[in-house]
Design a binder for this molecule. Structure first.
Ligand SMILES: [Zn+2]
Length: 372
């Protein structure tokens, strides 16, 4: 399609000599289908091949019009004399390109802000599961994964979702939503996209913070690291070499242990090796483990949400342990990581200078959705 564009263009210039079947219309909207080329839309608006050549040779950015894909949109506006005024090229996965024409020359402007008013919504109503109901609503698996990765910091998808809960996705011409909003009878979580200085899109709540949390290095005030992460360590109790897939923080029995980031209590158990142990889940990827505890914090049980810095238990030497210490593990997608080396989740914040426009856009989306 792209390579043949110029050939088609030449032929088209010969065959059509600027037919004016545009009638009295001034504004034209087009959506690209398979096999479409930009010149077709140009001619449909009653514009000439000569003007098209002028446009295509006016600026290197015009070449962008040769790379169009199904789902991309065009708007062509004419003035009262039916002469070209403006072309808005709105690709499905990029910011819009505005091309203005003053009768003599073309000017190009790429916008970082989606035009307001072109917002569409998808509603996913939970009936079976997010995966199932999202697919039914026509939402890509990739977008569903992104929803899970973000919302898992506040929602436990395996137990919190109820029949009738809804997810609203707003779209503004990109492959990923401009907002993702969860609404249930119990809570509403609204996330809005924002691009950082490197152009990476992240989702922030209306106060400008991502839902994920930053981790504290150690969940306990410790004297020293008595044993680091190692794939081959001499085990004093078992008298054999075994991997040590955690970090041991030496501290007196009874020293409080705190959640290093917000999370969900997955298990509270007493096991033979780990002794009294807690598993916390943070978002969709992280699990942290706290072993050999002397006791658990009051009221701690699986399903409870904990805040960063919340007391979860106390250092001890239960299970297979030679002395009081906290055995701490970090697992990412099930893989044990070295707490002293691993790069962990970090909360992002919308920069101050961009906060006002970010919050204005968030408000506009909520208004369109009729959510307050
Ligand atoms: Zn250990």
């Amino acid at each position: 399609m792209i390579k043949s564009f110029f050939i088609s263009l030449l032929l088209a210039c010969v065959v059509f000599s600027a037919p004016s079947f545009a009638g009295g219309q001034h504004d034209f909207s087009f959506k690209v289908s398979r096999g479409d080329a930009f010149y077709k839309f140009f001619y449909s608006a009653g514009l000439s091949g000569k003007l098209l050549t002028k446009l295509m040779t006016s600026d290197p950015r015009a070449q962008r019009l040769n790379n169009i894909y199904p789902g991309d949109k065009f708007e062509i506006s004419l003035n009262d004399n039916h002469a070209l005024k403006q072309i808005i090229f709105n690709p499905a996965n990029d910011n819009p390109l505005f091309i203005n024409y003053d009768g003599k020359r073309f000017s190009f402007e790429k916008s970082n802000i989606q035009p307001v008013g072109d917002v569409s919504f998808t509603v996913i109503t939970i009936n079976k599961s997010l995966n199932y109901d999202a697919k039914k609503a026509g939402v890509d698996a990739e977008v569903v994964k992104m929803m899970v990765d973000n919302f898992s910091w506040e929602i436990d998808f395996s137990r919190d979702l109820r029949k009738g809960d809804r997810f609203f996705l707003s779209w503004e011409g990109e492959k990923t939503p401009s907002a993702m909003i969860y609404i249930s009878g119990r809570k509403t979580i609204a996330l809005f996209s924002h691009k950082d200085s490197l152009g990476r899109k992240k989702y922030y709540s209306a106060n400008g913070e991502t839902l994920n949390d930053s981790f504290k290095f150690a969940p306990v005030k410790y004297n020293r690291i008595s044993s680091g992460f190692s794939l081959r360590r001499y085990h004093p109790t078992l008298k054999t070499y075994r991997p040590h897939r955690g970090t041991d923080f030496a501290a007196p029995s009874g020293t409080p242990v705190y959640a290093p980031a917000k999370g969900l209590v997955k298990y509270v158990a007493t096991l033979s090796g780990y002794g009294n142990v807690i598993y916390l889940k943070h978002g969709s990827e992280y699990v942290t483990v706290y072993a050999h505890l002397s006791k658990f914090a009051k009221g701690l049980k699986s399903g409870k949400r904990v805040k960063k810095g919340e007391l979860i238990g106390y250092v001890g030497t239960t299970g297979m342990s030679t002395g009081p210490h906290l055995h701490y593990e970090i697992r990412i997608n099930g893989v044990h990581k070295d707490a002293e080396k691993v790069k962990l989740s970090k909360k992002s914040i919308v920069p101050n200078a961009e906060m006002a426009s970010f919050q204005k856009r968030a408000k506009q989306i909520l208004t369109k959705l009729k959510i307050k």
